[in-house]
Design a protein. Structure first.
Length: 147
């Protein structure tokens, strides 16, 4: 009863043939390109599924608007909990690939000023942090077994 059953069939193919990672990489590539350029081409080719479509940064920002609002709310809450105002913050360190997204950077630039924004390790820091959390969990597990 689908209006466009061929689209459902292609989705099933992506799922059944395990093309999820290829789709993730295509979306990530688009996000990276839109972080540099005002427009980029979304390109996903897997099995019989072929999608090539130009995407504007403004469209992307519209799609992620709820996440941007959640980030702004989290920054506001962190500031309230810290008891500090924006002028009392010396440096804001942005990391992770999402920190390249202009709309994300703008949240922090508006609040703290571009001169206080620092970046680094954008593609390694998240994995390093997860590895440290995993190591701590592993150490906790070992100490529980020893006790």
């Amino acid at each position: 009863t689908a209006l466009e059953p061929e689209k459902i069939e292609r989705l099933i193919e992506v799922l059944d043939d395990n093309h999820g990672y290829a789709l993730y990489r295509a979306v990530s590539g688009l996000k990276e390109a839109l972080s540099r350029d005002e427009e980029a081409v979304f390109s996903f080719v897997a099995g019989s599924v072929r999608i090539e479509k130009p995407v504007k940064r403004t469209d992307f920002e519209g799609w992620i608007a709820p996440e941007l609002q959640a980030m702004e709310a989290a920054v506001d809450e962190a500031m309230v909990q810290s008891g500090l105002d924006g002028t009392q913050i010396d440096r804001v360190f942005l990391t992770g690939g999402t920190s390249f997204v202009p709309a994300v950077r703008d949240i922090f630039i508006r609040r703290f000023g571009a001169d206080r924004i620092e970046t680094g390790g954008e593609f390694e820091s998240i994995a390093s942090g997860l590895a440290l959390i995993g190591r701590e969990a592993d150490l906790d597990l070992w100490s529980q077994k020893a006790a």
